[in-house]
Design a protein around this ligand. Structure first.
Ligand SMILES: Cc1ncc(C[n+]2csc(CCOP(=O)(O)OP(=O)(O)O)c2C)c(N)n1
Ligand SMILES: [Mg+2]
Length: 348
């Protein structure tokens, strides 16, 4: 049977060491500043021609979850989980080049968002119709379970996505088969302009976990330590063969749905209240209070992040745009596609 949990900070089981705490701050800042550069500079300069979806205010979810992963674990990030890509080893320059639609990137200039993955880095790309990624996570979970090495798979999705049928099928399947899947709901309170009260009637959403027979937990999505702890505990459970967990990480999307959207439908009072819960300021305060970092070191880190972004953008801008003729390539399958090959084609 699943149960519903909320865990106080004093009850946390997993306390990261100082080196991990510093990495958390680095990745939080790198994510925030990279996304600001994408949304407020490159997009407005007309250098990004497609959609721009940022996760301002929810960086702690991706950072806490990806840093909790061990060797051989797999993640399926969502469209606002920039941090997961950098933590899993995608270079910043490659990510910017992809946003700038350069021809030598994973999407070869066809997509400006992070619809990218790399099996060697344990990252499976998002599927654009939302929710479709979750059954894939179950498939990955089944493989990991059969291999028997105690690995787990994380899958991120928004709270709006939980209204899609695939999500329910995946959660049910994972619970029945005791798959090592951690369902991480990035609850940023809006799905485009739809607020949670128009999206689902269950309160809290974390109750969906026990409804499917797995633990459900509401986690402070602005607190990277809380996310790291909750994901870590869910992983320990999954590694021990006890099956999936559902984590509702609560935050507020501190940006529009995409760069063109000013989010005027989000009440000003809500924005102000959540601005005070900023995940970066929260961790900075913690590190300063515990004397793990000095104010000067925090400022130094900020400058280093800016320099890394400057260098990555400059490198990305030197890379070639795709050739015009390439636009029609890859629309139809070529002779090397598996169903064109005689050895695998079904015989008539
Ligand atoms: C099945 C499906 N319906 C609609 C869309 C268009 N769409 C893309 S993102 C989005 C909002 C999703 O909200 P949520 O799941 O809360 O994620 P968030 O964008 O807030 O991170 C929508 C409606 C889609 N990609 N797939
Ligand atoms: Mg949402």
């Amino acid at each position: 049977m699943g149960s519903l949990k909320t865990v106080k900070s004093s009850e946390r089981k997993i306390q990261p060491d100082p080196a991990t705490l510093k990495r958390m701050l680095y990745y939080l800042k790198l994510t925030r500043e990279s996304e600001l550069r994408i949304e407020q500079v490159l997009y407005r300069q007309g250098k990004i021609v497609g959609g721009v979806y940022v996760g301002r205010g929810q960086e702690a979810i991706g950072v806490g979850a990806a840093l909790a992963m061990g060797p051989g674990d797999v993640t399926l990030p969502c469209h606002r989980d920039f941090s997961v890509f950098v933590i899993r080893g995608f270079s910043l320059a490659d990510i910017f080049a992809n946003c700038l639609a350069r021809g030598d990137t994973p999407t070869r200039g066809r997509d400006s968002t992070l619809h990218i993955g790399d099996v060697n880095r344990g990252v499976i790309p998002i599927i654009s119709p939302l929710g479709a990624t979750l059954p894939v996570a179950c498939g990955v979970g089944l493989v990991l379970k059969q291999r028997g090495k105690g690995n787990v798979v994380l899958t991120h999705f928004g709270e709006g996505t939980t209204s899609v049928g695939d999500v329910h099928e995946a959660m049910n399947l994972a619970a029945v088969m005791k798959l090592p899947v951690i369902f991480i709901c990035n609850n940023n309170q809006f799905a485009y302009s739809t607020p949670t009260e128009k999206q689902f009637a269950v309160k809290p959403l974390a109750l969906r976990g026990p409804a499917y027979g797995m633990p459900g937990e509401r986690v402070n999505g602005c607190d990277v330590l809380a996310v790291y702890d909750a994901v870590g505990r869910a992983m320990t459970r999954a590694r021990a063969g006890k099956g999936p967990s559902f984590l509702e990480c609560l935050t507020l999307r501190m940006a529009g749905h995409s760069a063109h959207d000013t989010a005027e439908y989000v009440p000003e009072t809500l924005k102000l209240a959540w601005a005070k819960k900023d995940p970066i300021q929260r961790l900075e305060k913690f590190l300063l209070a515990r004397k793990i970092m000095t104010r000067q070191q925090v400022e130094e880190l900020h400058r280093r992040v800016q320099q890394e972004i400057d260098a990555a953008v400059a490198q990305a801008e030197t890379r070639p745009l795709p050739r015009g003729e390439e636009a029609v390539e890859g629309v139809y399958c070529g002779p090397d596609s598996w169903w064109e090959r005689r050895d695998v084609r079904p015989q008539k």
